[in-house]
Each structure stands twice: as structure tokens, then as C-alpha cells.
Design a protein around this ligand. Structure first.
Ligand code: AMP
Ligand code: MN
Ligand code: MN
Length: 330
């Protein structure tokens, strides 16, 4: 069934018509689809005359601050009782919004989940989850149609940003005819492709390139160059005066090597006791299944999870596990 015909889409429409005050929230360490869908849905709800506030526990990455409304994103919910309903966008689980925000959202009586991650544990009163679509922003485009809401240049720019980000600039295998038709409709409604691409991909700071140089110097290849791993330490962030958001997209350099089928980037968290493990793959290798097995999630070719322990030990242990996984998958 195509996403535009999903029964859950009708449920979302009815809930939006029924309620008045909405808290919209997205995941920690937000990417383009997270911010695009958070702001796009907030603006759609306001256009319908609803009260809607956007929430994200973490700061908005500087590359996304050009988006209309990005400066109005709040980081914690002062008064959950104010809201009739919460809508989560681009979150594979409630906890993806972060612990504090998840606590507050738990106090809002009605929960709607709009997402495209692989998910075997439905949650929320309405669970509209379509893993086959490119992005949460693609789903919101269908929601716009369902609500008979005309696109405007702001909403078009917000949704286009999510589409561009989650398709890797229309390069990944989730890029198809519908995605390109949707991009065309968003451009017709006022999204500016060159301007948005420049904001997302040509706004790096000199410091973030220094950080990239350090990360690339840690690359190791194994299994006939089919696997590439690298690491990012707190020391590198400190030396280059950068933040985790400055490392967005670094893992794509590992996957850009022709022979590489599986790329893994290990990132030390602030307290040195947690490691964020990002994975990217090509073709049929399903990294989301591997990530879910270790308490995380994602998509077939892009997934992540966190594990506690020291970086060095985690890097060797999970490189081994990834090599076994690849051997089993091929
Ligand atoms: P990342 O490698 O951090 O860019 O994440 C890749 C994909 O995995 C994204 O689609 C995320 O939404 C998802 N993801 C990242 N971290 C987690 C996590 N801790 N739990 C579940 N999914 C995650
Ligand atoms: Mn996301
Ligand atoms: Mn997404």
C-alpha cells in the first residue's frame, strides 16, 4: 500500500482535527529530516489554526539554522498539561527524544508517532510508520495533501531539507520517482534547491575540517577493504574546538571508498563511558538489524546504537562483530 493510502494517515488527520494544542518533538542530535519535519509539521498545524510548539532536546546544528522557525525550537517542555497531544517525528522510539523530553511527553494524554525507521515495537496512540519512504518529510507531504493544506515557501523549504538530507542529496537507494516528483512539487511551491544545498553542504567551519582530518587519520580497512572503521575522540573535539554536530556526514567518507560495503564510525561521548557507533552499508547489507540487536536502530543502509565502555575496547570488539555479521550476510 502506498503511504498516501495508509489507514493510519486518516487517523492522524482525525486527531489533528480533533485536538487544539500540540507539542511536536524530534530526536536528539537532530539531522535535516528531524529539523525539517519538526518545523514543517509545526508550520502545517499553525496554518490550520492550531497551537503548535516545536521541541528538540539538543541544539539545532548551525547548518540548519537558515530554516524558518529554527530559532523558535525549545529544548524542554515547561508545562506538559498545556497540550492535548504530542506528535513525534523521525523517532524510532519515545526515548530517541532524550530522557527529559520523553518524561514530559509521557504526561501529555495523546501521542502520535510519525516515522520511517524500521520498528518492531509500535508505540503511541497512533503509529504511522512507513519504513519504505525516504524520509519523515515525505510522509508530511502526504499529510499536507490529506489535510488539503496548500504548500507555501516556508513549508516547502522545511520538507525539501528533510528529503535532501535523508536521500544523501538524491543519491541513496531510497531515491526514486516519487521522491523526485515530490522534490519538484516542493521547488514549485518555493523551495530553493541551490540555496538549501549550500546551507547544508557548503557551510562547514575551518575547525570541522581540522576535525575531519584527525578522524580520517584513524581509518583502518579490513576484510579485503570491504570494511572501513574510524574513530572520533573527545580529545579531537577539544583540540579543534568543535562539537559532535560538526562531525555530521563524516562517515560518508568511509563509505565513499569503492570497495567498502560496510563503514563504522566509533564516537566517544562526553563522559568517556559511552560510545556512539554509526554504521553505513551498501546494497542489501542491513545495518539496522545489527543496530537493533545492540539496542539501537535506523534504516537498512544507515543505523546506529550506543554501548558503554572505553573507545579502544569497543572499537575492536564491535569491528569483530561487524566482520562476523558481514561474513554471515554474504
Ligand atoms: P547516525 O549514524 O547517528 O547518523 O544514525 C544513523 C541512523 O540511525 C539515523 O537514521 C538515526 O535516526 C538512527 N539512530 C541513530 N542513533 C540511534 C539510537 N541510539 N537508537 C536508534 N536509532 C538510532
Ligand atoms: Mn533523523
Ligand atoms: Mn529520517
Amino acid at each position: 500500500m502506498s503511504d498516501a493510502n495508509s489507514p493510519a494517515l486518516l487517523d492522524v488527520q482525525l486527531a489533528i482535527e480533533r485536538y487544539k494544542r500540540f507539542a511536536v518533538a524530534t530526536h536528539v542530535r537532530p539531522d535535516g529530516d528531524a529539523i525539517g519535519s519538526l518545523l514543517g509539521l509545526t508550520y502545517m498545524l499553525r496554518k490550520l489554526g492550531k497551537e503548535a510548539d516545536p521541541y528538540c532536546q539538543d541544539p539545532v546544528p548551525s547548518a540548519h539554522r537558515f530554516l524558518p522557525g529554527s530559532r523558535s525550537i525549545r529544548h524542554s517542555i515547561e508545562q506538559p498539561s498545556f497540550y492535548d497531544a504530542a506528535i513525534l517525528v523521525d523517532c524510532g522510539s519515545l526515548l530517541r527524544v532524550g530522557n527529559a523530553l520523553a518524561d514530559s511527553i509521557g504526561k501529555i494524554p495523546f501521542l502520535i508517532n510519525i516515522d520511517h525507521h524500521m520498528n518492531d515495537t509500535p508505540f503511541g496512540d497512533i503509529f504511522w510508520v512507513t519504513p519504505s519512504v525516504s524520509s519523515t518529510c515525505e510522509m508530511l507531504y502526504h499529510l499536507c495533501g490529506q489535510l488539503q493544506l496548500a504548500l507555501d515557501p516556508d513549508i516547502a523549504a522545511q520538507l525539501y531539507t528533510g528529503l535532501l538530507a535523508d536521500t544523501g542529496s538524491f543519491r541513496f537507494s531510497n531515491t526514486n520517482r516519487q521522491v523526485l516528483a515530490l522534490a519538484s512539487a516542493l521547488v514549485e511551491a518555493g523551495a530553493q534547491p541551490a540555496y538549501i544545498a549550500e546551507q547544508l553542504y557548503e557551510s562547514a567551519s575551518p575547525e570541522s575540517i581540522q576535525l575531519l582530518a584527525r578522524v580520517l587519520s584513524t581509518i583502518a580497512f579490513s576484510s579485503d577493504n570491504r570494511v572501513a572503521t574510524a574513530e572520533l575522540t573527545q580529545k579531537m573535539f577539544a583540540e579543534t574546538h568543535t562539537l559532535p554536530e560538526d562531525s555530521e556526514g563524516f562517515i560518508n567518507h568511509l563509505r565513499s571508498v569503492k570497495s567498502v560495503e560496510l563503514a563504522v564510525l566509533f564516537r566517544e561521548d562526553d563522559d568517556n563511558e559511552l560510545v556512539h557507533v554509526s554504521m553505513r552499508s551498501k546494497g542489501k547489507i542491513d545495518v539496522s538489524a545489527f543496530a537493533r540487536r545492540h539496542g539501537g536502530g535506523g534504516h537498512r543502509n544507515a543505523a546506529a546504537f550506543r554501548v558503554s565502555g572505553k573507545l579502544d575496547a569497543i572499537r575492536s570488539e564491535y569491528t569483530e562483530k561487524a566482520l562476523d555479521y558481514l561474513a554471515g550476510a554474504s
